[in-house]
Design a protein around this ligand. Structure first.
Ligand code: ZN
Length: 282
């Protein structure tokens, strides 16, 4: 017996209406076929529910007699091994009941199938919408982080701009220019120098960003060509920097000095080794 044949017999078997030979073949098939076994289970369950739910309906006497007469006319006793008349009527009614039961079971299974399909569809829809929500939230988080970073950068620029403005308000401010040299001709630097208050600031712009193993280093160069380190720095993503250079004790900023910026290994060096990027006389 194959699955197709088994599925024809399963409803009959559940209704207790399968003939013994079919029933035996079906049982043999069910041993090896989980799919048909599941179907058999469904039908058996529904048949059990129907047996509980449906009240037996007595057949009215007139109908019973009419049916008996009809059966007598249409079925030749010789062609069938028909039991005595009362049993025959019982058999016909059992068949009718079985057919009604099969129709009810079929409808019930079909409704169950529709519900299962619908629930599966809803689950898929829900999973899809949850996935979309997760993507949207992740994207929003990225956007927020991006904006936070931008705000932080802008705040730092505003602070630097305020420092420059405050320096420019100082009376007798001296400004020295450093010009781009070597590979960065468009870069430039400014040294703001308040002789009286002894405040100095260095800023540079249009310098390229360096790898983490390199740093810019500012130097004071004396008329005797002595190079004195004045601090290391790196520029932001626009190539800008502003910082307070170091002035060694005893050293005085004067117009006899030259300032220069070189590229050195990260952490800086005691003497310049790398190429000169900015240079200018004070
Ligand atoms: Zn099967």
């Amino acid at each position: 017996m194959n699955c197709r044949e088994a599925q024809d017999v399963i409803p009959l078997q559940a209704a207790g209406a399968a003939v013994p030979e079919e029933s035996a073949h079906l049982e043999a098939h069910l041993q090896n076929c989980p799919h048909c076994r599941e179907l058999m289970g469904d039908f058996t369950e529904i048949a059990a529910h129907l047996a509980i739910a449906v009240n037996p309906t007595p057949v009215p006497g007139v109908l019973r007699e009419a049916l008996e007469r009809r059966i007598d006319q249409s079925i030749t006793p010789a062609s069938l091994k028909i039991p005595p008349q009362n049993s025959r009527m019982g058999f016909i009614l059992a068949m009718a009941a079985s057919i009604a039961l099969l129709i009810a079971m079929g409808m019930s299974l079909y409704i169950q199938h529709l519900q299962k399909t619908e629930i599966h569809g809803l689950h898929q829809l829900l999973a899809f919408s949850e996935d979309q929500n997760r993507k949207v939230i992740a994207h929003e988080a990225t956007v927020v982080t991006d904006w936070e970073n931008r705000v932080q950068r802008l705040e730092s620029r505003v602070q630097q701009a305020n420092e420059v403005i405050n320096m420019l308000k100082v009376p007798h401010l001296q400004i020295a220019s450093l010009e781009g040299a070597g590979k960065q001709p468009s870069a430039f630097g400014r040294l703001f120098w308040d002789k009286h208050a002894k405040i100095w600031k260095f800023c540079a712009a249009d310098l390229k960003q360096l790898h983490s193993d390199k740093t810019y280093e500012l130097w004071w160069i004396t008329p005797a060509s002595k190079k004195i380190p004045a601090g290391t720095f790196n520029v932001d993503d626009t190539g800008f920097v502003m910082f307070t250079p170091t002035i060694p004790a005893g050293m005085k900023l004067s117009h006899a000095l030259t300032a220069a910026v070189t590229i050195e290994p990260a952490g800086g060096d005691l003497q310049p080794q790398g190429p000169v990027e900015l240079i200018g006389k004070l």
